[in-house]
Design a protein around this ligand. Sequence first.
Ligand SMILES: *Cc1c(COP(=O)(O)O)cnc(C)c1O
Length: 368
Amino acid sequence: MSLRDRVKAHVAAVEPYQPGKPIEELERELGIDEAVKLASNENPLGPSPRAVAALHAQMESVHLYPDGACFELRRVLSESLSLPGDRLVFGCGSDEILELVAKAFVGEGDEVVYAWPSFAMYPIVVRGAGGTPVEVPLDGSLVHDLDAMAAAVNEKTQVVILCNPNNPTGTSFGAEAFDRFVATLPEDVVLVVDEAYCEYARRDDFPDALGWVARRPATLVLRTFSKIFGLAGLRVGYGIGGPELIDLLERARHPFNVNRLAEAAAVAAWGDREHVERARRVNAEGADYLTRELSGLGLEVWPTDANFLLVRAGEGVYGPLLEQGIIVRPLTGFGMPDCIRVTIGTAEQNERFVKALRRILESRGGVR
Ligand SMILES: *Cc1c(COP(=O)(O)O)cnc(C)c1O
């Protein structure tokens, strides 16, 4: 008997996650040292200096296990969010919290409803748990079609995941549509609202998902230290939910899933509001700049509430951009071969990207 015969069929069916190309890999391949990675929605400003200092201070203590309860991070977050500590769960990235939800609530015959295209981890997590993904297409503006999603919920639905703002489109839905959707959802279906990019959102009517947790305890809002807080390499995310939901997720969690360095850096990064504010400002300026420039090249650009843009740049620009030292995310795997997702970088990185793309389009005679 081979491993292929022994493996659980639902695990073998998982399509592995395709990460953005690592910057070191491209630099090795091209023999250069100034590649730009605009592929994984990382913070172009780097981590807060306060987080770096906290890491240094913690280094001598790595022979000690972390605090399995994340006491300090829990204290700081519950204070700033005005929530009791038992509303919080921490994970090795918010990816891990998605896994906890699946482990606790999803098995064979269970359906999980989410929009598509959306975050590539959702099908991986659902299939990996043996569940059935129910992918509801985004509407014509590439926004969550919440009415269609509500219609997709049935007695087999265990979990609904909403990604707001949505990755990889950058689009978002507003409070009115969200409130209407939540009101129709059976109260025992777990609602996950993945807000990995919410700190970047600029629309005035961005939904208050956190506010719903008190009224609808089977709601879990997912946030992360990987994006605006600039700690993607350390892996810390958190979930905010009703106390019973959090208690159940705690049972699925490994005791030391957030390491000492990660917790210390997250506490420090949370306290550095200035760094977060600067990241938000640089991102907003970059979004406006890129939208203007790319539209000027005659390309379709979707409105974004996140730190990346969806651009219809035409097929086959990913490779030529790589050759110029710029890594973006191709969306071929999402059935959008003529689109790329580009992370908003520093002003200098954005200019390099626009220049490189313009050169490629001009060489094809495509710039209007
Ligand atoms: C980046 C991202 C996350 C966060 O992942 P981490 O595991 O916290 O690094 C979660 N959801 C979406 C939609 C993302 O794009």
